[in-house]
Design a protein around this ligand. Structure first.
Ligand code: SAM
Ligand code: SF4
Length: 323
């Protein structure tokens, strides 16, 4: 089992497959290139499989595919099918903006993705356009989520980043979808990686607004869904929702994850700049065991906790890390 210098066990890895993205969410890609941000992949499916074998040798049990938009990675089918056939991981999940699910959900399930996280920040046209920087995509994403719900994924989570103060009307509309869909809905605090201009509600403001609009207190639930740091609460109607507030409620003491960027760097912490290049070794024929040894040595450089919001100077915006 891989362990870092603070005795935290690392059981979960996030692979950012591509920097290509067809959305331009201002909190993630603040200075978007016009149109889709198309980038040639730096790692082939075979390169990712060498890294995956190294992660398996280190005892990592769960992988999440992310991006950019991972469903636009051109070798996704090959990679997911190879990961599934390897039987190295108990859990292969993916985070997507939902734009390709209408056509792709059944394939993603058939190839071996067992869980999905889908980003959906708003359910009204205006707010959705603002949140994603793309007009006319809301209906496509909603159809995509409904298509995904028809597949036997073990769980579907919806991620909503709180990047503005939503009106009561917007929250009521979100609540109607939360009641309607059999998903776990999670609200995520905005992390100021690229700009400090964006502001959303803090934990107290957000839970107070939800309690006021649902007419009762949120009750904490012990259950944990997946490998993430969310805390779960029950609404008055019995629906469970999750909160991830990494800036105001640090999860560092039990951080179980490492990240790999689309250019093949190991990132030890979302909110620290240190990165270790593994692509050069992978593409020069290093064995999975050699890569695993490099990762284990790098884990000895991990920080105990992330930086305070006011000190974050990230060299990478979120779309180049993968969340
Ligand atoms: N494109 C996919 C998507 O949007 O789901 C996957 C990549 S995206 C970088 C992964 C997750 O990071 C999404 O849930 C997104 O909302 C979240 N995210 C991006 N920027 C963020 C920020 N500054 N603070 C908090 N979450 C952020
Ligand atoms: Fe693209 Fe996802 Fe970032 Fe939005 S959050 S810009 S969809 S990578």
């Amino acid at each position: 089992m891989a362990t870092d210098c603070w005795q935290r066990q690392i059981t979960y890895a996030r692979l950012s497959l591509t920097e290509t993205c067809n959305f331009a969410c201002p909190y993630c890609r603040p200075n978007p290139i016009a149109g889709s941000c198309l980038r040639a992949p730096k790692l082939s499916a075979n390169d990712w499989m060498i890294l995956a074998e190294a992660l398996h040798l280190l005892g990592i049990k769960a992988l999440r595919l992310t991006g950019g938009e991972p469903t636009l990675y051109p070798h996704l089918k090959d990679l997911v099918q190879s990961l599934t056939a390897s039987h190295w991981f108990e859990d292969i999940s993916m985070t997507t903006n939902g734009s390709t699910l209408k056509e792709g959900a059944s394939d993603f399930y058939a190839w071996g993705i067992n869980r999905l996280n889908i980003s959906l920040d708003a359910v009204t046209e205006t707010a959705f356009t603002q949140a994603t920087g793309r007009k006319g995509q809301l209906a496509n994403v909603i159809c995509g989520i409904e298509e995904a719900l028809k597949q036997p994924f073990s769980i579907i989570k919806i991620n909503t980043v709180l990047s503005h103060y939503p009106t009561d009307q917007e929250v009521n509309q979100l609540l109607s979808y939360i009641e309607k869909w059999p998903v776990i809905w999670r609200f995520i605090e905005y992390m100021p990686l690229s700009t400090s201009k964006i502001k959303g509600p803090n934990f107290t403001e957000w839970t107070s607004q939800l309690e006021r609009l649902t007419g009762g207190s949120l009750r904490p639930v012990k259950q944990i869904y997946g490998h993430g740091p969310a805390s779960y609460y029950r609404l008055t109607n019995g629906t469970t929702i999750g909160f991830i507030f990494p800036m105001s409620h640090s999860y560092c003491s039990h951080c179980n994850r490492i990240r790999f960027t689309a250019d093949g760097n190991l990132k030890l912490c979302l909110l620290h700049n240190e990165e270790i290049d593994l692509r050069t070794a992978i593409q020069s024929g290093a064995s999975p065991q050699t890569i695993a040894n490099r990762i284990q040595i790098a884990l000895l450089q991990r920080h105990e906790s992330h930086q305070e919001a006011s000190n974050i100077r990230s060299d990478r915006p979120m779309w180049r890390i993968g969340g």
